[in-house]
Design a binder for this molecule. Structure first.
Ligand code: IPM
Ligand code: MN
Length: 355
């Protein structure tokens, strides 16, 4: 006791909960000093507390060292929003690494080892939308249409907000990550991609701050691409990337695309880091269309490994990743999304045995 790390568990909905349960039993087998709490969240919390994200759940998060989150269909969105915006977890880290035995649509996926660092709190995700006519008093005009935006007709707008502070902290995070990866043998490069050739003010600011921060990291190579060019290169030759720094929405979309290059969403893990908190959540959703007993828990397991690393159980984290890779390299037992017929539990048992 005393030194145990406190972890909040939020399994989420549908098949995500299945992958979550399989992952936590795998972790239990590692006998780490982890103190799990399952606060009331989502549909169950509505039953017991009358709301999907009661103050108890928020207090549990505030009291914890980290959280592991399954995925949400919407019911646990309150918890997700608090984990991001409440705890200011501004850097969303989404690695894509090809390992032997993992499915890929590419003929030569060997050597893919990139990490998307997605700004996690700003951009269109400030979620401020409204009716176009509400913009009339502001007299805003469209640079392309050359007329007031409010005159474009009945419709809607969304605000894209980029702040200097938001850009700076995520850019520094990306460069620090590139430095740590370089120490482990990677090339040491940050690629920033934006639409700065059109969105001069918003993406322009993101681009400019990244360039400025690059000046503080002479040991790290820096390149700035236009986002559509980046998308093309990501699919064409993903091996050219190391750390990729992206604004929120591009990062959301392109991290799903990146995931497809090395095993798909069943394998894509992600962690959201702030200054004093982090939580871990697969890139995928809740997969309500998949058979619950046969979902691939790899993404959740790799999230758990990222969490263990964050909680300073580095050795256990590496063991877990190595065990997962051994099962894929052997080619069995794998879940249906990887061409196998194993159940979630059979896959996890094989990982446990490989540890
Ligand atoms: C993700 C998801 C979320 C996002 C949703 C659930 C709000 O797609 O984590 O990638 O858009 O960020
Ligand atoms: Mn997404």
């Amino acid at each position: 006791m005393g030194s145990a790390k406190r972890v909040v568990a939020i399994p989420g909905e549908d098949a995500a909960a299945e992958a979550f349960a399989a992952t936590t039993s795998l972790l239990d087998g590692l006998s780490l000093d982890l103190d799990w709490s399952y606060p009331p969240v989502g549909a169950a919390a509505i039953q017991t507390h009358g709301e999907p994200f009661p103050p108890e759940a928020r207090a549990a998060i505030d009291d914890s060292d980290a959280a592991l989150f399954g995925a949400t269909s919407g019911a646990s969105a309150g918890a997700l929003f608090y984990l991001r915006w409440g705890r200011e977890t501004f850097a969303n880290v989404r690695p894509t690494r090809f390992a032997q035995g993992v499915g890929s649509p590419l003929t030569r996926p060997e050597g893919i080892d990139l990490v998307i660092v997605r700004e996690n709190l700003e951009d269109l995700y400030v979620l401020s939308e409204g009716a176009l006519q509400d913009l009339a008093p502001l007299g805003l005009s469209s640079a392309t249409w050359q007329k007031p935006v409010a005159d474009l007709g009945p419709g809607a707008y969304a605000l894209k907000v980029i702040t200097e502070r938001g850009c700076q902290r995520v850019a520094r995070f990306a460069f620090e990550l590139a430095r740590r990866r370089k120490a482990q043998g990677q090339v040491g490069k940050v690629t920033c991609a934006t639409k700065h050739n059109l969105l001069f003010r918003t993406d322009g600011l993101f681009h400019e701050v990244a360039q400025h921060v690059a000046g503080e990291y002479q040991d790290i190579e820096f390149e700035a691409l236009i986002i559509d060019d980046f998308a093309n290169r990501l699919v064409g030759r993903p091996q050219q990337f190391d750390v990729v720094l992206l604004p929120n929405l591009y990062g959301d979309v392109l991290s799903d695309a990146a995931a497809a290059l090395a095993g798909g969403l069943g394998l894509a893990a992600s962690g959201c880091y702030g200054n004093d908190y982090a939580y871990f959540e697969p890139v995928h959703g809740t997969a309500p269309d998949l058979e619950r007993q046969r979902v691939n828990p790899t993404a959740t397991i790799l999230c758990a490994a990222m969490m263990l690393e964050y909680l300073e159980f580095g050795e256990a984290a590496q063991q877990l990743v190595a065990a997962v890779e051994r099962v894929y390299a052997r080619g069995a037992p794998l879940t249906p999304d990887q061409g196998g017929s194993a159940s979630t539990d059979e896959f996890c048992d094989a990982v446990a045995a490989a540890i």
